[in-house]
Design a protein around this ligand. Structure first.
Ligand code: CA
Length: 231
């Protein structure tokens, strides 16, 4: 197995030194940039599996970097490194697509544990691929046009629904928990919870199922979550 790549975006030399040393010792391939603009440029070239991202950076803030990365439709985990007690930063970070945050100064062991946990979760589920159309027999989901074509009508899909379908289809015929959907589709946005997932699934089901009360594809697994059944 090839080494997992971690991109460190941090401008504090002593912290960079510690992080590089620790992560390389753990067997990760590490790249370092100290500037927000360079971080955005480095991502496509280095193709990190995970990014450690400081907030206060020269060039461009960590928030902006995070936003740009997500706009590139890249879903690798981002752990933000915040200064002590910047509560507002944590909320902002999670809202714009960061997966986790560490408050400085943090223990190296805890950071390694979080990194391992994040990388493991990513590996458990398949990332959505560039699928344009999902053929469910009588119903065709045109993801590229954000619509559902059914025998009785055509229905528009929201951006979130498209993202939800992409994730479910990438992991079709596998049980997917509500927490997993929160993490991968909503990325733990502020004020979302498992109820949010249920509401969206129910709405989506009424769009893609001809008989939502007796779904053939988007099924509920009681006590587990949901599953997209595909031929
Ligand atoms: Ca900094």
């Amino acid at each position: 197995m090839s080494k997992k790549r971690i991109l460190i975006v941090e401008d504090e030399p002593s912290l960079v030194f510690t992080l590089r040393d620790t992560l390389e010792n753990e067997g990760y391939e590490v790249a370092i940039v100290e500037d927000g603009n360079e971080a955005v440029a480095k991502v496509p070239e280095f193709q990190p599996d995970l990014m450690l991202l400081d907030i206060m950076l020269p060039g461009m803030s960590g928030f902006e970097v995070c936003k740009r990365v997500r706009e590139m439709k890249l879903n690798f985990p981002i752990i933000m490194l915040t200064a002590r007690d910047q509560e507002i930063d944590k909320v902002t970070g999670l809202n714009i697509g960061a997966d986790d945050y560490m408050t400085k100064p943090f223990g190296v062991k805890e950071l390694l544990a979080r990194i391992t946990a994040r990388l493991r979760r990513v590996n458990t589920y398949s990332k959505p691929g560039p699928i344009d159309v999902v053929d469910l027999g009588e119903v065709r989901i045109e993801l590229n046009k954000s619509k559902v074509v059914r025998p009785d009508k055509e229905i528009e899909l929201t951006t979130r629904e498209v993202e939800l379908i992409r994730f479910l289809v990438a992991n079709s015929n596998e049980p997917v928990s509500r927490d997993t959907l929160l993490e991968h589709v909503w990325r733990y946005e502020y004020s979302t919870n498992t109820r949010t997932v249920d509401v969206h699934i129910s709405k989506l089901r009424s769009k893609i199922e001809l008989h939502p009360d007796d779904p053939r594809h988007l099924v509920t697994l009681h006590g587990v979550g949901y599953m997209m059944k595909m031929p």
